[in-house]
Ligand binder design. Structure first.
Ligand code: PLP
Length: 281
């Protein structure tokens, strides 16, 4: 398959990345994952805007603009014949001898991208279980940074114990997942962490909030206490890769009757209606 390398489309044996790339040394870069449904990118503008926002937040200027990035990503999807799957794109601060401070202006960011094909299963997901893990990340979780060590550690801890995702909390206050946003439902009201430096402002979260407005579904954007999530009627998580995923248990305690509840189901249906093509059920 074809990869994006800066402004070119190349085969993997044509790619060489410097051993001195700052992504490799420091995780000094940002990234995005964009879903493809029926050959069409979903919420591409939002993802690309967030990529440039993340870059700006780490004071990194990409060598070309959002419009050109969109065209490149579309071409990559077309070249690789992706019908269902996603595109990954990242930008590092470039290659330079290892010192922490930024390199000179002559060093330009290195952009790479790939596609991955997989069946469209959004909102078809069987319920999953979560394990709560202390959120030890830094205070700028709003930046979609390549520095994912704390996320990787949290996910592995959950995964090793047979759980699908880590439910991150800062000293008992739920933030988000290792690569997802988290929502609880109590007495017909959705609870989720407000947009702040403690979470990534998920694009799927934004789509879900739009669905809530359309459905007149009340939402309280306030942090949940971990001790309260066990008594929620419903719980679900959202991400680009998986859409809306119902949660059946947290730390071994069953949520509701363990099946997707009415609020989750209504949102999954509303979400599917927003996708470029109807997803087969
Ligand atoms: N939170 C974190 C930490 C993530 O890494 C992700 C996505 O990978 C999300 C939330 C979900 O964001 P989105 O819906 O934009 O994929």
């Amino acid at each position: 398959s074809t990869y994006l390398l800066n402004d070119r489309f190349v085969k993997d044996d044509e790619i060489s990345i410097s051993i001195e790339d700052r992504g490799y040394y420091f995780g000094d870069g940002v990234y995005e994952v964009i879903r493809v449904y029926g050959g069409t990118l979903f919420t591409a503008e939002e993802h690309i805007a967030r990529l440039y926002e993340s870059a700006a937040k780490i004071r990194m200027q990409l060598p070309y603009g959002e419009e050109e990035m969109k065209h490149k990503i579309e071409q990559l999807v077309r070249d690789n014949g992706i019908d269902e799957g996603h595109v990954y794109v990242q930008a590092t601060r470039g290659a330079a001898p290892r010192v922490h401070q930024f390199p000179g202006e002559d060093i330009v960011p290195v952009i790479t991208g790939y596609t991955k094909a997989y069946p469209a299963t959004a909102s078809q997901h069987e319920p999953v279980t979560l394990k709560s893990v202390e959120d030890i990340r830094w205070m700028r979780c709003d930046i979609k940074s390549l520095n994912l060590l704390a996320n990787v550690m949290a996910k592995q801890e959950a995964y090793e114990e047979g759980h699908y995702e880590a439910l991150l909390h800062r000293s008992g206050t739920v933030t988000e997942g290792s690569s997802s946003n988290m929502f609880g439902v109590k007495d017909g009201v959705i609870h989720t962490h407000p947009v702040s430096n403690f979470i990534l402002n998920g694009i799927t979260r934004r789509v879900v909030m739009e669905c809530c407005t359309e459905l007149d579904q009340p939402v309280i954007e306030e942090p949940m206490a971990l001790e309260d999530v066990y008594n929620m009627d419903e719980f679900f998580m959202t991400s680009t890769t998986n859409g809306i995923v119902p949660v059946s248990a947290i730390d071994g305690k069953q949520i509701g009757d363990g099946r997707p509840g009415p609020v989750t189901e209504a949102l999954m249906a509303a979400f599917d209606r927003k996708l470029p093509v109807p997803v087969e059920s």
